[in-house]
Design a protein around this ligand. Structure first.
Ligand SMILES: [Mn+2]
Length: 347
């Protein structure tokens, strides 16, 4: 209820009548309930109610920490929301829905609520960190399975299928995102989702995966060479590994996300591959696979204990291939701790 209280303070300060939360991750964050068809969390300065479609009512009643109401038709829902003239909404609320709030519920004034939600969700509680760590443990098991399974002639998608089987057998709901297995020239694509390409001897293979466990995500990447690596493959691997290790070692409270990005980026630049590191160093991980803070030149968020981010430098050389190494880490009082722990040396 502490979380809902913060929203109530916000709408009181802004002199708004209510806030309406509709995104799934936020519904789960504030109510502990995640109905398949979603719902509408209505928060007023001194009350909160979770309004769900009738067929989700029993499910929501059993899981929600907030009192639950049901509606049969959307007309009924908009009628229920008629008592308010101003409403705070998430920025990603759909345009169609906002139009209906105006036309069918008579709401005149809107305000974005994203900053308050971000301020809450960006620092994870010990309970949330436990769940993310469990999700990371499952991702490590899937990575282990991939490293054992990869061999010449296998298709990328076969490896991904095996990994997803291992995830589910170990308690995951599903992969956090489409598993990336990018071999050979495809490894130069930062988002090379597993294809039917066969893995060949001497190729770099980027394996980027995560598991979703009890609503929380994990994210880790390893790169290997099938057979023995050549000089250039070894060189770029060494640069990425040094940058990644330095990022994990130096991450800690008090520095900004931008400063952390600079530390990692500078190692890649010193090796002469600055132009080939074409994305940010990392991103927050939690109820969403990509959340705040962004470990990039554009994010001045000061890192605090309880923030969970990835450190994932990469070097991509078109047609030649790419290397990326990624761990999910949590910022602690004195530094940072890795939550994904698979061996990082070149295999
Ligand atoms: Mn990532």
């Amino acid at each position: 209820m502490q979380r809902i209280k913060r929203i109530q303070e916000f709408i009181s300060e802004k002199e708004f009548d209510a806030a309406l939360i509709t995104r799934k991750e936020n519904l789960f964050y504030f109510t502990g309930s995640a109905p398949v068809l979603g719902g509408y969390l209505l928060i007023t300065p001194d009350d909160a109610v979770f309004i769900v479609p009738e067929l989700e009512y029993e499910e929501a009643k059993g899981t929600s920490s907030v009192p639950v109401e049901k509606f049969k038709t959307s007309a009924e829902l908009f009628e229920r929301l008629r008592n308010y003239s101003s409403m705070a909404l998430e920025g990603k609320t759909s345009f169609g829905f906002v139009s209906s709030l105006k036309e069918k519920a008579g709401i005149k004034k809107f305000e974005a609520i994203d900053d308050v939600i971000k301020e809450l969700r960006i620092v994870k509680t010990p309970g949330e960190i436990e769940l993310i760590e469990a999700a990371c443990g499952i991702a490590d098991m899937a990575m282990m399975a991939a490293l054992e399974d990869i061999s010449e002639g296998k298709r990328e998608r076969e490896i991904a299928a095996r990994m997803e089987y291992v995830m589910k057998m170990n308690g995951a709901e599903k992969p956090a995102f489409d598993t990336i297995i990018a071999s050979g020239w495809r490894s130069a694509l930062p988002h090379g989702v597993a294809s039917d390409k066969r893995i060949e001897r001497g190729e770099l293979v980027v394996i980027d995966e995560g598991a979703l466990y009890r609503h929380y995500n994990s994210d880790t990447t390893r790169t290997i060479v099938v057979g023995s690596p050549n000089k250039k493959q070894k060189d770029i691997y060494e640069a990425v590994l040094e940058a990644q290790k330095k990022g994990v070692r130096e991450a800690g409270p008090g520095m900004t996300a931008k400063e952390l990005d600079t530390i990692v980026r500078n190692v890649i630049k010193e090796y002469g591959y600055g132009e080939n590191f074409i994305h940010s160093t990392g991103h927050g991980v939690g109820l969403e696979i990509h959340e705040w803070p962004r470990v990039s030149q554009q994010d001045d968020t000061v890192l605090k204990p309880g923030m969970v981010v990835t450190i994932e430098p990469g070097i991509y050389i078109p047609k030649f291939g790419g290397v990326r190494i990624e761990d999910t880490i949590v910022i602690t009082k004195s530094g940072a701790r890795r939550l994904t722990k698979t061996e990082r040396e070149l295999i």
